[in-house]
Design a protein around this ligand. Structure first.
Ligand code: ATP
Ligand code: MG
Length: 414
């Protein structure tokens, strides 16, 4: 991609209405645009990061045998009436212009909708287990939408739901989801802590959260510095300095961001919708369910909170919008530009992801500052100085050392 053509430009000034690092840097870098408080649009750079994360999630969730679906965002009242969740404070109600009262909400969750769908397709023990997921926007009128992508009023979630014939089958599946979640967050560069938690407004007993330590996190967890056993403050009786209940380590109080969670739902929704299956003896039994969320925007925001310095974002390679940031520093003549174009074309033809700073109206200093802000992991500089040695200069975003490489060698090896 030629940076001169990129939809979305870097901003010099830090947006005044943003307090969190993720919102400031993502807006300044041209990744997202703030439409309203807690409501953001993704621009091309941000959407590329989003798609990288979505892909990682799809690969790891598909590996569980779960099938991707896409449910309607408009959820009719009858679904939420079945569980008494029509009137929750966070919902945005929706109505047609000619209707007098709202008959729909913009979906803030989809347990009810999927249970209603499952009712049509789950009849026998042979239909179980079943798992389906989607990646879709959720709408919640969050009172504290202030931390950029960490807490939006509209945000994109991966929501996975599983249906089982027994509690032990749910437990087995739950453990498998946990393993996949570790893989997903590891691949995104995030170190997560599996934390025992309460259910929030979803009142089920033992739930779990994947938490990332960060000073900006709204959650407080008590975590063992040795074995990483952790409990959310909401439910914990632990205190800072306590002995770990699982080993001889010490408990520490930490702020953290919840990037994902797991809920054993039991029969709450299958009871509400009378979702049953016929077991091997021909008797009716209630279906046992689980649900599992990951916030994609919140994951992006968390990555930025963890990976930035005073100059900008430092993307882990796996989720970076581009692998290479090619920067040409033409000072006179056309030779540098010509060589840069050639390298760009070669990398592009090889299918490598390159952002090419071909802008003529920017100084070297401005180009470097933008590159630091955008945070692409590998910077390639071509200037008269490097060309005099038939070389390019390579620098990683997270290292200060630079190295010269012969152009022919670089092109061959990349
Ligand atoms: P929280 O306690 O942070 O409000 P939650 O318990 O309501 O989250 P779920 O409704 O189960 O979470 O959502 C699943 C995942 O979606 C969360 O783990 C989080 O990553 C993400 N998420 C939840 N609410 C938001 C939000 N307002 N903005 C961005 N991401 C969110
Ligand atoms: Mg919530």
């Amino acid at each position: 991609m030629r940076q001169s053509q990129l939809f979305g430009k870097t901003l010099r000034e830090t947006p005044k209405d943003e307090v969190s690092a993720n919102a400031q840097l993502l807006e300044r870098g041209g990744f997202i645009f703030k439409n309203s408080a807690g409501i953001y649009s993704y621009l091309p750079l941000g959407w590329r990061v989003f798609e990288k994360i979505a892909r990682i999630i799809r690969e790891e969730i598909n590996a569980l045998g779960a099938q991707e679906i896409f449910m309607s965002a408009l959820v009719e009242k009858k679904y939420l009436d079945a569980t008494g969740r029509w009137d929750v404070d966070i919902s945005f109600e929706a109505r047609g212009k000619k209707e007098k009262s709202a008959g729909f909400v913009l979906g803030w969750t989809h347990e009810e909708v999927l249970t209603a769908i499952a009712l049509k397709y789950i009849n026998s023990y042979k239909d179980l287990p079943l798992a389906a997921y989607q990646i879709q926007a959720k709408f919640r009128n969050e009172p504290r939408a202030k931390s950029g992508l960490l807490r939006g009023r509209e945000f994109i979630m991966k929501d996975l739901y599983s249906f089982h014939s027994s509690e032990s089958d749910l437990e087995r599946y739950y453990e498998k989801v946990k393993e996949q979640y570790y893989k997903i967050f590891n691949r995104c560069g995030l170190k997560t802590i599996y934390t025992l938690a309460a259910g929030g407004i979803f009142t089920s007993s033992n739930t779990h959260e994947f938490q990332v330590l960060s000073p900006i996190g709204e959650d407080t967890i008590f975590v063992c510095s040795k074995c990483e056993y952790a409990e959310n403050k909401e439910i914990s009786k632990l205190k800072d300095g306590d002995k770990c209940p699982q080993c001889d380590g010490k408990i520490k109080k930490e702020n953290s961001i919840e990037v994902g969670n797991l809920f054993p739902l039991g029969t709450k929704y299958s009871d509400a919708f009378n979702l049953q299956f016929t077991n091997q003896k021909g008797e009716k039994e209630r279906v046992i369910m689980g649900s599992y969320g990951i916030g994609l925007g919140r994951t992006i925001g968390t990555i930025v909170e963890v990976y930035h310095d005073d100059k900008g974002i430092i993307w882990p390679e796996s989720v970076a919008p581009y692998k290479f940031h090619l920067i040409e520093l033409e000072s006179s003549g056309q030779e540098v530009k010509k060589q840069a174009e050639k390298i760009y074309k070669t990398l592009f033809d090889k299918g490598l992801e390159v952002l090419y700073d071909d802008r003529d109206d920017k100084t070297a200093g401005e180009k470097f500052a933008d590159a630091d802000l955008i945070g692409i992991p590998n910077r390639i500089i071509i200037s008269e100085k490097t060309l005099s040695k038939n070389s390019i200069e390579i620098k990683k975003r997270n290292e200060s050392k630079t190295s010269l490489i012969q152009i022919s060698k670089f092109v061959k090896n990349s």
